[in-house]
Design a protein around this ligand. Structure first.
Ligand code: TXA
Ligand code: MG
Length: 295
């Protein structure tokens, strides 16, 4: 199906991806149509191995040693590198940018599909634009019904999207905290700051539940206060533990389905996977149903 230009949802270790043959502009356009995603948001190209990188991206001389180090340490795995693109990469993939995001996923099924296809697969998270990312095949089916074929590889083991590092400029920049802790990267890059130029597609509102989501310092106290006012409330306590990253989106979906008035979340420590968890919680809160709270 992929070689015919059709879409297939595939498991990765981070989240399920909605994959299309990256060389085929028409196939890539189908991804945007299916997701309802604006076409200027670039897609990540997934490759079967680091050796295929040169066909898609150029590695600037001053970052060559760093790219080799990061690729050998962290690929396959939840790290995306943004690099200058090769001329043949379709504009549909890069959103017209002169850079391209590349990653080698570690999920054995993703790798098997990539090797069978023998080429790059463009794959955003397999959810409708702005909604919660899928970490099981059932989540993908809930997003797209029978419209999309799904390869079921079980629940994702990391559970939050890849960490995105921009190496297209002189100074390495973090574009998105993710499944590879920032601290692990900083061993090789030095201290990273989050990019001030927002990557297209990293919108403030994203991963949004329909229920209003609040992030507070003491979730149980806030929940008690809201219940006293007669509201139905569900509580989400996050920590930086890998299990909380793995279960974050499934929990958000479950709690959203309860039909309560408010979801009240407590953020994780801002370290390790806690950075990615908090980043997603903040975006989810921004896009969630309105919380009309008295001053
Ligand atoms: O873990 C992941 O990265 C998952 C799985 C499926 O691999 N994919 C994923 O894709 O999260 P998506 O499309 O939901 O998010 C891709 C992010 C967007 O924020 C986009 O702006 C950024 O990657 N991105 C891709 N190419 C870029 C580029 N050339 N420059 C800057 N940002 C880029
Ligand atoms: Mg996404």
């Amino acid at each position: 199906m992929l070689l015919n230009g059709e879409l297939v949802a595939i498991p990765t270790e981070t989240v399920y991806g909605l994959a299309a043959l990256a060389r085929d502009p028409l196939a890539v356009r189908r991804v945007f149509a299916q997701k309802g995603r604006p076409v200027d948001h670039p897609l990540i190209v997934h490759l079967p191995d680091a050796a295929s990188l040169g066909a898609w991206a150029r590695v600037p001389d001053h970052h060559r040693a760093l790219v080799e180090e990061l690729a050998s340490r962290f690929w396959p795995g939840p790290l995306t590198l943004v690099l200058p693109r090769q001329p043949g990469v379709p504009d549909e993939v890069t959103g017209g940018l002169n850079t391209v995001g590349i990653r080698v996923p570690s999920h054995p099924v993703a790798l098997e599909v990539l090797r069978a296809v023998g080429d790059g697969l463009a794959a955003p998270s397999a959810n409708r634009f702005g909604r919660i990312s899928p970490t099981t095949a059932a989540h993908v089916a809930a997003e797209f019904g029978d419209d999309v074929a799904i390869v079921d590889g079980g629940p994702c083991t990391v559970g939050v999207e890849s960490t995105i590092l921009d190496l297209s400029q002189a100074v390495p920049t973090l574009l998105r905290p993710g499944g590879l802790p920032t601290e692990d990267l900083e061993v090789f890059t030095g201290p990273l700051v989050q990019g001030t130029t927002v990557a297209p597609g990293t919108l403030a509102a994203h991963y949004a539940p329909r229920t209003g989501l609040l992030i507070v310092a003491d979730a149980n106290a806030e929940a008690a206060r809201l219940r006293d006012q007669g509201h139905a409330v569900a509580v989400l306590l996050a920590t930086a533990a890998p299990r909380h990253a793995r279960e974050l989106y499934a929990r958000l979906r479950e709690l959203d389905a309860l039909g309560v008035d408010f979801l009240v979340a407590e953020a994780a420590a801002e370290q390790g996977l806690g950075r990615a968890i908090n980043d997603r919680l903040r975006r989810a809160a921004t896009g969630s149903g309105r919380y009309d709270r008295d001053p």
